[in-house]
Design a protein around this ligand. Structure first.
Ligand code: HEC
Length: 168
């Protein structure tokens, strides 16, 4: 081997090393990119507005460790009173396929944004799931939904002025 061959061999090794480092660094791995995409979709999709206590009245100053842990502020309307669930716990027991199925099949039940989420491709729904799952479980379950004829505890958001959907 002459000096030129050595230099080329060294360069080749450096390139392989660089490629290895790059592939294993968390910033460039597909999982990290998916999680980052999921985080952006969660924030822009306003999931915290309902599912995170204090998000709206602190101008979003809630640490990520408490994001999406559910709320006991109900939403009361023709459907009864529903509570934004603890998504951190939901996703511990709900598979990603079950989540996608829920988005694709549920709707007409405010205020959860099913009709908006349905516009996203599966890859984005998977990214949302991956981000929430990466946060791990936290908090307690939100209160169970209440039938339309029962009065919920306060506080609740009164959406009873909202007309019910026309009979199909
Ligand atoms: C305007 C308030 C509101 C917003 C915004 C909102 N949700 Fe919800 N969400 C609810 C309520 C209320 C429920 C419970 C009633 C229901 O399941 O439809 C719920 C239910 C859920 C559930 C439980 C589904 C199940 O089958 O058990 C998941 C998961 C969820 N939301 C995720 C999200 C995600 C992710 C976002 C952001 C893209 C989001 N929500 C935005 C209010 C909201």
């Amino acid at each position: 081997m002459n000096i030129r061959t050595y230099a080329l061999a060294a360069l080749g090794t450096a390139a392989v090393l660089l490629a290895t480092v790059d592939a294993s660094s968390p910033r460039s791995s597909p999982a990290a990119a998916t999680i980052a995409r999921g985080r952006a979709l969660v924030v822009y999709g306003t999931c915290n507005d309902c599912h995170t206590v204090g998000w709206r009245n602190t101008d979003g100053a809630v640490p990520e460790s408490r994001w999406l842990t559910g709320s006991s502020v109900g939403y009361r309307g023709w459907w009864g009173t529903s509570y934004p669930t603890n998504v951190r716990l939901d996703f511990q027991v709900m598979s990603v396929d079950r989540w996608i199925q829920a988005v694709r099949t549920r709707g007409g039940h405010p205020p959860m944004v099913w009709e908006d989420l349905r516009q996203l491709p599966d890859s984005d729904l998977r990214a949302i799931y991956a981000f929430v799952k990466s946060l791990g479980p936290a908090g307690a379950a939100a209160p169970a939904a209440i039938e339309p004829w029962r009065d919920p505890e306060v506080p609740f958001v009164d959406m009873r002025a909202l007309p019910s959907p026309p009979a199909q």
